[in-house]
Design a protein around this ligand. Sequence first.
Ligand SMILES: Nc1ncnc2c1ncn2[C@@H]1O[C@H](COP(=O)(O)OP(=O)(O)OP(=O)(O)O)[C@@H](O)[C@H]1O
Ligand SMILES: [Mg+2]
Length: 370
Amino acid sequence: MVDPLSDPVIKLTDVTRRFWPGPVKAADRVSLEVRPGEILTLLGPSGCGKTTTLRLIAGFEMPDEGTIHVGGVEVAGPGTWVPPEKRGVGMVFQDYALFPHLTVGDNVMFGLDRMGRKARRDRAREVLKVLGLDAFFHRYPHELSGGQQQRVALARALAPEPVLVLMDEPFSNLDAHLRDQVRDEVVAILRKTGVTCIFVSHDQRDALAISDRVAVMNQGRVEQVGSPREIYKHPESVFVATFVGRTNLLQGRVQNENGCVLTDFGSFCRVDRLGLPNGTNVMVSVRPDGFECSPHGLLSGRILSTTYTGAQVEAEVVFPSALGGDRKLVVHLPPSRNYEVGEELSFRLAPEFASVVRNSCQGMGLAAAD
Ligand SMILES: Nc1ncnc2c1ncn2[C@@H]1O[C@H](COP(=O)(O)OP(=O)(O)OP(=O)(O)O)[C@@H](O)[C@H]1O
Ligand SMILES: [Mg+2]
């Protein structure tokens, strides 16, 4: 259980890391806090600075600006530097980085060099047992499946009882079927041991599935931190809205007198973040779940195409816009029946899937609409 009142295990304050030539700001004033027992995922596209942020926390990179605290102790900052081995942070690399010439047992015992021989062996056995790997103690990495190697890498990171485990794209080497299974197993183990963890992923499905909170990164910056539900339902920026799942971006105008945003496709009321002056032009992100199929709906649209995904039918629907012309939007339909291309359906708007979003290069809530 995450205690929101306890001191953070890890705290980054305005951390910047530049690389030359450029300079490329791989981390740009990153501020983050992670609580004890929490699983946080850094999510973002390739090159946005996820690995750099992990390496800064682990101590493999030095920040140009800002401070990093681990367990309440400053480990990096102006005039402060604690080397990686003294930070109490375990890291699982993308390629597992197991030693091929060492057995599973020896791999796990590798980081326990400060313990006596028997204590090392006992600790390795204990951790391997928790991960369901005790039978593989004497095997070599090449004699294991990808998923088993992944768990050995995690066992090695957990064995020294770190305050924090960092995992960089830990599931990307696994095929789709094994991936979900290993992911769920690893998360169950992390929950059982209560260790705090930061994952890195560019897969929004993984991030939403496993995290207490997700930090979405874009060009070195943290764009938004929130629970998976907050990130999906209430993205704060166009970037978050479009990177995490599919969305429809509509132009709208704030109508404070009734607490709504008026768009070309109707009024969304009780939308988040409406403390904006009346008449402000805004951008509204409406998830495909925000158009509910209903015989009493006031909005009618024509199906252009459908994709059955099992859990739902993802459809492209053409709606007439109040401004004239048509607009194609993505809509989720219940999977209980078939839909024909050309079929007319009525929809009602579900405000909980609508969110006023900031254009990343503009101020909060203000849109390019005019
Ligand atoms: N040692 C380095 N020297 C120069 N530039 C670097 C170095 N390490 C990272 N960068 C640059 O910093 C930016 C962020 O890189 P980083 O590896 O943190 O991205 P990432 O989010 O982990 O991407 P991916 O999903 O592809 O792993 C990129 O533009 C990258 O080219
Ligand atoms: Mg990376």
